[in-house]
Structures are given as C-alpha cells and as structure tokens.
Design a protein around this ligand. Structure first.
Ligand code: ADP
Ligand code: MG
Length: 685
C-alpha cells in the first residue's frame, strides 16, 4: 500500500517521505522513534537537572539583549523563588517585545549549564496570561524527519498508518522463525511496534530509551537479521560475475617498488600479499584494508593500480571529498606519471570542457587511472575496461554505493574492490558492519616517525599559543588551527571559523592565514589547500573538513580549539594530519575550562597514546556503547533500532539464524525490504 493512499498525502508529501526511504504504509510503521519527550508533566524550576529536556513554566522577571560574540536575547523566568534563563540567538524584534515582565510562559527544551546558571537555549514556548495550555496525555515520540515535514505531521502520518493496521487493511507478516520467538518469548510484531510508537505513560524515560525490553529485543533481532541477510546478499552479488585475473607481471608494479624512496614496512608487504593473491583469482576481491592514519595505505592502492594496469585494466580511485581526491591525484601522479601512466581526474564541479576531456579519456581507455569523487559512478561515465575500484575512507560509502560501482565493469564481468579505512573498528563490529568484506590490517607505522607530542592547554592560555604559532611560522613551519563544531548549524560553524581566521590574521603579523570550511566551493577549497601545500599559506584555519587524508608533511603544529567537544576517534584522525614529516610535531588540544573529570580522562588518553586502536578501545570503556562507530558510520549502516555495540552479544546468534533463511528466499526478500528497504536499493534484487 503506497503512502499516497493515505488521506491527505499527495505527491509533495510522498516525495518528502521518499527522501527518508518511506514509500509504503508499512514503511511508516517501521519508522521508529529515536527517543521520546515527556510533555505530560511540568518540572518545577527548583528540580531541574542539566542535559535533560523538559517542560517548565514560570513568570517572566526580566528580558534583555546581551552582547557576546553575537547578540543574544536573555529572558529570565521564575517560579516559587527558583529561576531559569532562556536564551535566543535568533529572534525578531516582535519577539523581544512579547516577553513582558509578569507574563506566564511555558517552555520545552534542553537544560544546559550557561554562564549565569542553568538555561534553555531556543526553547519552544507559549505565553499565556490566565489559563495554562493543556498538558500532553502521552509521551511524545521523536521521529527522524526531513525538511518541510514537521514532527507533528510525521506523528499524524504514522497514526494514520497505525489506523490502517488496526482496521485490517494492512497485514504484517511474521518473518521470524518460531524457535527464536519461543526461545526469547518475544511479543508479537504488532504489540512490539505499538510499545515503541505509543509507549505507556508511566514509564521512566531513560529506561524506555536505553533498556532493551522484550518488544525492543524483538525488533532489534529482526533488524540485525535483515542487516545480516543484506550483507550476505551483497557479497553473493558482488561475486556473481568473474573479475579479471590480475597476475603478477614484470611491469609497473616492480618499477614502482624500485622507485619508491622508502621500503615497504613488513605490515605493508603482508597486506599487499593478501591483496595481490585476491587479485590473482577470478573471484572478485572485496577487501577492506584498515590502517591507522599515516600507516601508508595510499602506496598499497598505487600497487594495486599498477597490477591492474599491467594486466590491461583500468582503475578507479574513489575519495569521499574533493580535497582528498585532489590529494590522491597528486600522489598518484607523482608516483606513476614518471612511469608513463595516464592519471585522469573527475569531480562534480569541473569545467565542462575539462570534464568532457576526462570523460573521453575514460571511455577510450587512455585514462588508465581515474581519480575522483562520486562523480566517477554517474550514468554518463563509461569505462573502457574497469577491473579494480579503490575506495578510500570506506565508512562514508554504504554497501549499496559500493554495489553501484560494479555496474561500471565491462558487460558480463565483475570487479575487484579494495576499500581503505583509518577508522579503528573492533573486530566484532567490523564483522557486522562490513560483514561482506575480507579484512586486512596494517598494524605498523613507517619507521622513523616521531610520535606526536600532544598537550592539553586551557583556553585562557590562548595568547601563549598564538605566540608559539608565530614562532613556528617564522621558522618555516606550517600550522593547522581546527575549529570544530560548536554551533549546530553549518552556516554558524563556518562563520565561527571565519571569525577565528580574521582574528588570527590580526594577531599574527606577516603570517599568511588561509581558511577552509564546508561552504567554500570545491575550486576555492582546492585552491586554499594547494596554497597550503605549496607553503604559501602558513597557518590554515579549518573546520573538521581536513579530518581525513590530507597530507602536508611540512605542517607540524596543530591547534584544536574546543577539543573537549569532539570524539576521541575524530581527534585522533585530526591529529594524524601532523607528524608526517621529519621534524617533531605537536598537537595542542585547547579546552574550555572547567573540564569535567570524564573530559579530562578522555583527553588524557589522547595525550598518552598515538595508537588508534588503543584509543578506540579506551574510548569504548569510558563512554560505553554506541559511540565508537560514530554517528556518521552508524548512519551509513543505517540501523534504526539495533545498536551494534549494545547488541553485539546477539551477533553470533543472528548470524546463525540468518543462515537458516537460505531456504526461504521470499522471507529473505521481505525482511530485507522491511528493514533495509530501498535506502540501500536492495529491494529490487
Ligand atoms: P594513510 O594510511 O593515512 O593514508 P599515507 O598513505 O598518506 O597514509 O602515508 C603517509 C605518509 O607516509 C606518506 O607521505 C607516504 O609517502 C609515507 N609512507 C608510506 N609508506 C611508507 C614507508 N614504508 N616508509 C616510509 N614512508 C612511508
Ligand atoms: Mg589516506
């Protein structure tokens, strides 16, 4: 049943739902809340605790404009002698006037510690004089939505879908095996869904969100099974058609190894052997190479490329960002053009003329290595004889995207895939997140690397830090200054980086300051990066866009502003941008005091270790489940209710059960469609 069959759902709403992968009424039922809000009761102002979202009420006692880095409006409210501040960064003049002293206000929002005590930033609110607005009679489920589709509307749509189910115009098939249901005494599918969409009132919110109830367990199992089946189906499909046999030849491969200014590490040699032996068989390789930042993955990619070209095949190298693509272009050209290899570049925003030339070279086969972003796999790109695809920073590409690459192979033929990632992923997680990939680890850094010296610095020592940058730049070194996400909005984040760059330009005489952030065009970004690489820019102020892959060996000092706000894995990746040259590198983690005990412990881990795996493990112990894979990767994996860390203990069982589905291709398709749906384009198998 298509969503358009629901009352009031036209093509416009359907299109928005489509963006979320919701096409059918059944899809809506499986669109689960990510959390809940309690708007059924008021929390007294004297009982507020930070970090919780709640409904409060009070009387306005004052309101005033405050000057800080940007103007904000602060409204104070009180109730029985307790106070709370409301803060607005975006507001209209009318809004300012409406906050008159003595009026009552009801607000919903998250409580945070502010400079003047607890506050709510941008609460939802209603002003009232006598009669208070009614309280909700149910917990409010929070659904993922998309622009132009409010949470309220989403709730209504799901209620309509629910109505169809209750009317019997929609039936949900049982797709779990009976033994599993009885072993865990799982409730029925409908009862489980109902508990999540419409939870009973008197439940503890935290419990509801964090605890795996039988209802939740049921859905988690279903989802993990669906996920597992998706991965094994992907693996089968990846390997359905034979790939070219890439045998060892006396050619480029040897020439490259001979020309390299260094010797491959033992780990690189071992991993290259693993890759090479995959390439030598007609079974398409699907292998992930994991190696900490700086472990030297790129040269392995280049070796793979040589092997393919030696056997008359083309190679595509896919990077997640244009900056990285450009970087690879430089490395590959540097290594391989002297050997007579033609390296072609293709990104989305090229000039028409350049793009046309690239496309022609790809079609004719003149371009032996093609480097670029997603543009590599668009309709208009026809390869002459693609045999190997190399994907850098795997976690940004999902299973489905990888599958779409295979279509670029010559008709009737498969491809070898090599994916490279710096993200340290514990083994069990890697198996479930990337279950269709074989796995190699480069567990050794090239010799002679001086470990990066990391220090924690209180934000109030900023002046000293600036002095230090001055000295570094004056002695010919280069510096990164990272401004991580502080503002939630992309625009504000870039503005913050801009402000920092402006300020640093003023404070650092004679130093060329560059700025790179997500809102620059690709040409602008590439230009700044090239000037940094060329040494023209000495200090590069950046948002976290430089996180992966950027390689400027002369940069040996990095300052990370507000370091306490970033995840350890991300900080480690960022730090990996320095320590690439011969001189001692330093990373200054600048924090905003006071640092919580946990915050201090976390940064201490980074100070003490330069090993991505150690850091990931410690982070896991400290922060518990769910954080290690990071939201970006979790998002790529696209799980709705299962949590790979929390539910890791279920995985062996899930694998076993999934194997039992082999006899039931129908059920397999149905459960995949239900949970993975077309978000990964596996519906149309
Ligand atoms: P990553 O694994 O983070 O992608 P890169 O491939 O960018 O790392 O390598 C980091 C740096 O180390 C590059 O400058 C590269 O040329 C150099 N490198 C790679 N392998 C070796 C090696 N065996 N010995 C010395 N330097 C190496
Ligand atoms: Mg790299």
């Amino acid at each position: 049943m298509e969503v358009t069959q629901l009352n009031g759902v036209g093509p416009a709403v359907a299109a928005k739902l489509g963006k979320l992968g919701l096409h059918t009424v059944e899809d809506l039922l499986f669109h689960l809340p990510t959390r809940y809000q309690d708007r059924t009761r008021l929390v007294p102002l004297n009982a507020l605790s930070p970090k919780s979202a709640c409904l409060v009420e009070g009387q306005i006692t004052s309101s005033s404009l405050q000057r800080g880095r940007r103007v904000s409006l602060r409204v104070n409210i009180s109730q029985n002698g307790a106070n709370l501040g409301l803060r607005f960064v975006h507001f209209h003049a009318n809004q300012t006037k409406s906050f008159t002293n003595g009026r009552n206000i009801r607000c919903f929002g998250e409580i945070r510690p502010g400079p003047q005590g607890l506050e709510m930033v941008h609460p939802e609110y209603v002003l009232f004089d006598d009669v208070p607005p009614a309280l909700a009679d149910q917990l409010t489920p929070i659904y993922p939505t998309t622009e132009g589709l409010s949470l309220t509307r989403m709730g209504q749509l799901i209620a309509m879908a629910w109505h169809q189910l209750e009317q019997g115009s929609l039936i949900l098939n049982e797709l779990l095996p009976h033994q599993l249901i009885s072993r865990y005494q799982l409730p029925s599918l409908v009862a489980s869904l109902k508990q999540l969409h419409y939870p009973h009132l008197n439940q503890d919110l935290n419990q509801l969100q964090d605890q795996v109830t039988p209802a939740k367990l049921r859905l988690v199992l279903e989802e993990l099974i669906a996920h597992q089946l998706t991965l094994s189906r992907a693996k089968q499909r990846n390997q359905r058609l034979p790939a070219p046999v890439l045998a060892v030849k006396r050619g480029l491969e040897q020439a490259l190894i001979k020309n390299l200014p260094f010797q491959l590490t033992k780990a690189q040699q071992r991993v290259w052997q693993e890759v090479a032996s995959d390439l030598e068989t007609p079974t398409p390789m699907v292998r992930m190479v994991q190696g900490d930042v700086g472990s030297g993955k790129t040269v392995l990619a280049a070796l793979g490329a040589c092997r393919a070209i030696d056997n008359g095949c083309q190679v595509a190298v896919l990077a997640p960002t244009e900056i990285l693509a450009e970087q690879h272009l430089n490395s590959f050209r540097h290594w391989l053009e002297p050997l007579g290899v033609v390296v072609t570049f293709l990104i989305g925003k090229q000039k028409t003329q350049t793009k046309r030339q690239s496309l022609a070279a790809i079609t004719s086969g003149e371009g032996q290595i093609v480097i670029g972003t997603h543009a590599l796999f668009q309709e208009a790109v026809h390869y002459q004889h693609l045999g190997l695809v190399i994907i850098d920073e795997q976690h940004r590409f999902g299973v489905a995207q990888r599958h779409s690459l295979i279509k670029k192979a010559p008709h009737g033929s498969g491809l070898h895939q090599l994916v490279m990632t710096a993200t340290p992923i514990p083994r069990t997680l890697a198996m479930s997140a990337y279950g269709d990939l074989d796995h190699s680890v480069i567990d050794e850094l090239p010799p002679g690397r001086k470990p990066i010296n990391s220090v924690l610095i209180n934000n109030n020592k900023r002046a000293d830090v600036i002095k230090r940058i001055h000295q570094a730049c004056n002695s010919g070194q280069q510096v990164y200054w990272i401004c991580p996400l502080i503002e939630t909005s992309d625009v504000l984040q870039c503005e913050a980086a801009q402000d920092t760059a402006t300020l640093l330009t003023l404070q650092l005489d004679n130093i060329n300051v560059g700025l790179v952030h997500g809102r620059l065009t690709s040409v602008e970004k590439a230009d700044v990066m090239n000037r940094f690489k060329a040494g023209e820019i000495q200090l590069l102020v950046a948002t976290t866009v430089v996180e992966v892959g950027v390689d400027v060996p002369n940069a040996n000092l990095m300052v990370i502003d507000n370091a306490e706000r970033l995840g350890l894995a991300q900080l480690h990746q960022l730090r990996g941008r320095v320590g690439r040259g011969q001189t001692q590198s330093h990373c200054l983690f600048m924090y905003q005091a006071p640092l919580s005990t946990m915050g201090r412990q976390r940064l201490d881990i980074l100070r003490q270790s330069n090993d991505g795996f150690v850091i990931a493990e410690k982070d896991l112990q400290l922060r518990g489940p769910g954080e290690v894979l990071g939201t970006r990767q979790a998002g790529t994996i696209g799980l709705r209710i299962a949590d790979l860390m929390r539910d890791a203990h279920l995985l062996p069982e899930v694998k076993r059960i999934a194997a039992g589905y082999a006899a039931y291709p129908d059920k397999t398709s149905q459960i995949i469609l239900r949970w993975v749906g077309d978000r990964k384009a596996f519906a149309k198998v």
